[in-house]
Ligand binder design. Structure first.
Ligand code: NAD
Length: 332
């Protein structure tokens, strides 16, 4: 089947081409992202494959439909960038890669916590400059601390168990609690109960209209002083301006983010040498207690292999009219 891949980087092409030896699809790669203006590039293709920052809103989907594209294959888990209602109205199918390496994201979350806490990024630079002082490098024991996990699906569940293994008390919040997590000692609570108790809060829920800016000024006010907030889920779960105010006042003690609300204009690109126009991220970049990674939590060899194989399997299933086990269906 002919598929146009948008927002591709060298590593996407490498892993897709390798996996495609088994599948034999015709893959056309574009560097550019998908949006209403670039949709026309998919002319002559039966499907498009997109990533987290491509925009498959109503206008884009209608433009794709006009040129006979019928499949939107997401090579990621999140699907907040696709207008599912319009896709359904147009009879277009949407598939995704629901879990490619949840361990990759959960482990990156831990890496962010350890870096912010033990300041290994600062120590690395210091020692290389011949500075062996310990001033301002003090951290705290994770053992015995309380960790709040918002969203205990595939990634949040693994992360919760990792933190339990480190000797933390884990409080979780999810509309669908997992029995196996309860059995290993994870306690489900409301956000109201979690916020005043958690030393570390990590976000693992999807971005939906109801979770937009879940971390608001009001939510932050209820949190412990010096709380560590980690977001490896989706940028818009957090009201970044409210977080900046809380960092300035010292209410938030540490902020780790792998995702950012305005990331599509920044992430996955080398902008060194350019003037960054986004004043919010540049302000974040000035805090010593903020760690930013550019949506790399998923980025392991295992995950890239799984993404490529599952994406191509999804495309084959669509081509052969099979049941789409990874279809994204609009609820309600
Ligand atoms: P999942 O669907 O397995 O789990 C999500 C969980 O969140 C579910 O249990 C759901 O019930 C719960 N949930 C939904 N709304 C909630 C709310 N308002 N409050 C609390 N819980 C809520 O998803 P997953 O595979 O674990 O992925 C979680 C998120 O991680 C994805 O939505 C995606 O945005 C993000 N992600 C990021 C990266 C990265 O590289 N940074 C990679 C993959 C996924």
């Amino acid at each position: 089947m002919k598929i146009a891949f948008f927002s591709t980087k060298s590593y996407d092409r490498e892993f897709m081409d390798r996996a495609n030896h088994t599948f034999g699809h015709t893959l056309t790669y574009f560097d550019t992202s998908l949006n209403p203006d670039t949709a026309i590039l998919a002319h002559g293709q039966e499907g498009v494959c997109i990533f987290v920052n491509d925009k498959a809103g109503a206008e884009t989907l209608k433009a794709l439909h006009q040129i006979s594209v019928r499949l939107i294959a997401l090579r990621c888990a999140g699907f907040n960038n696709v207008d599912l209602k319009t896709a359904r109205e147009l009879g277009m199918k949407v598939v995704r890669v629901p879990a490619y390496s949840p361990y990759a994201v959960a482990e990156h979350t831990l890496a962010m916590i350890l870096t912010l806490n033990r300041k290994t990024h600062l120590a690395y630079e210091r020692v290389r400059n011949g500075n062996f002082s310990l001033e301002r490098l003090m951290g705290f024991d994770l053992h015995g601390k309380t960790v709040g996990v918002i969203g205990t699906g595939t990634i949040g569940g693994i992360f919760a168990k990792i933190m339990l293994g480190l000797g933390c008390k884990v409080l979780a919040h999810d509309p669908y609690p997992q029995e196996d997590l309860k059995q290993v000692g994870i306690q489900y609570v409301s956000l109201k109960e979690m916020y005043p108790q958690a030393d570390i809060i990590s976000l693992h829920c999807p971005l939906t209209p109801s979770s937009y800016h879940l971390i608001s000024q009001e939510a932050i006010t209820q949190m412990k002083d010096q709380v560590m907030l980690i977001n490896t889920s989706r940028g818009a779960l957090v009201n970044t301006k409210a977080v900046i105010e809380a960092l300035k006042s010292g209410k938030i003690g540490y902020f780790g983010l792998d995702v950012y609300e305005q990331e599509e204009r920044l992430f996955f690109q080398d902008l060194s040498g350019h003037i960054i126009q986004d004043d919010v991220i540049t302000r974040l970049m000035t805090f010593p207690n903020v760690l930013i990674t550019a949506h790399q939590a998923f980025f392991t060899e295992n995950a890239m292999t799984n993404i490529a194989e599952t994406t191509l399997e999804n495309i084959t299933a669509f081509e052969q009219g099979q049941k789409l086990k990874n279809e994204v269906v609009l609820q309600g």
